[in-house]
Design a protein around this ligand. Structure first.
Ligand code: F6P
Length: 361
């Protein structure tokens, strides 16, 4: 039977989204002969009237998409349909409009590419609307549960690693301590992975409380040993030593992480006398070409998600476990937030290399 399949990207973008849209389209159209519709701007496209969607086929999703950053369908990380912010400052439940949008497009099933927040919303919508839904995890933060990797993470790690590669020579030229602030929201995966790959001396992540004095003593030891520079990686959500969040609040009152590296640079410089500089890497980690690993993951997830729909499955999430794509119940994945395992082998590796987490380990 010919199905009508929708695909949307939701939440913050990352590298590999176009590759997954391509994989979904190719598998559905060539493998099963279905019609595919790409929904614009995540759930916003389903709220619009007329619904904003474009037919997708192998002509539209040519091979160049596998290399392109961003998402050509657009996305949003604002506008939870269950509490949608209205211009007058109130919040409206617009979930039923989305369900009606799915019906207007006559979709038999929907694939949503998103992080934990988006998948939670999509799960609730599918329960309310009774439509078939398959989730694909993406986020540079890599904090979605039950999958070893989400699309976009490894590219972000590569970008942060390259930043350390570039900071190290300039640090050595000027006898400086360079501090790199990376994204990741409340999870320290990017800092941890890039810190090891980029040869950091100190890695600070939200999962491990630190003391500034211990960081300072590590830096002093490095300089005392004859090395004239040091590299520190810090996750954006690390708190100040006093336990305060460092956030930026915009004119509308919305806040986001940013600026902890400035705080740390000042403290380290005061305590050690070393000259410090900080770099906030920001959205560079989300844009640009996906790494080969993310292209592969996106392709594997896209094909498998379509196969699940062909098998009549719903409310499942595709995940990467033990070198395989497998499926898990979506509600279980949503409830399994994945912070850094501080007793896991990656943290153990970092400690084994002599990298400090600013704690008394
Ligand atoms: O969740 C992905 C992410 O890039 C986080 O790492 C970061 O804190 C946040 O999104 C930034 O969001 P925005 O694009 O709204 O600034």
């Amino acid at each position: 039977m010919t199905k009508r399949l929708g695909v949307l990207t939701s939440g913050g973008d990352c590298a590999g989204l176009n590759a997954v849209i391509r994989a979904v389209t190719l598998r559905a159209t060539q493998g099963y002969g279905w019609q595919v519709f790409g929904i614009k701007q995540g759930t916003m496209g389903l709220m619009s009237r007329p619904v904003e969607a474009v037919p997708l086929n192998s002509d539209v999703v040519d091979v160049s998409l596998i290399r392109q950053g961003g998402t050509f369908l657009g996305t949003t990380n604002r506008g939870n349909p269950f509490a949608f912010p209205m211009p007058d400052g109130t919040f409206l439940n617009r979930s039923q409009e989305i369900i009606e949008g799915i019906r207007a497009l006559k979709l038999d099933a929907l694939i949503g590419v998103g992080g934990d927040g988006s998948q939670d919303i999509m799960y609730r919508l599918s329960q309310q609307g009774g439509f078939e839904y398959i989730a694909i995890p993406k986020t540079i933060d890599n904090d979605v549960g039950l999958t070893e990797q989400s699309i976009g993470f490894m590219t972000a790690v590569d970008v942060a690693t390259e930043a350390l590669d570039r900071l190290q020579p300039t640090a050595a030229s000027h006898d400086r301590v360079m501090i790199l602030e990376v994204m990741g929201r409340d999870a320290g995966h990017i800092a941890l992975h890039a810190g090891i790959a980029g040869g950091a001396d100190v890695i600070l992540i939200p999962e491990v409380p630190y003391r500034i004095e211990l960081i300072a003593s590590k830096i002093r030891k490095i300089f005392a040993s004859g090395r004239n520079f040091a590299l520190i990686v810090i996750s954006e959500a690390v708190l100040t030593e006093e336990g305060e969040k460092v956030i930026i609040t915009d004119h509308s009152g919305k806040s986001r992480y940013g600026g902890i590296s400035h705080y740390l640079a000042d403290k380290v410089s005061t305590l050690t006398g070393a000259e410090t500089r900080y770099t906030v890497l920001g959205h560079v980690q989300r844009g640009g070409q996906p790494s080969s690993q993310d292209r592969l993951l996106a392709s594997a997830f896209g094909v498998y998600a379509v196969d699940l729909i062909a098998q009549g499955k719903t409310n499942r999430m595709v995940t990467w476990q033990n070198r395989e794509v497998v499926e898990v119940p979506l509600d279980e994945a949503i409830q399994s937030y994945q912070a850094v395992d501080i007793n896991g082998s990656i943290v153990h590796t970092a400690r084994g290399l002599g990298i400090s987490f600013g704690d008394r380990f």
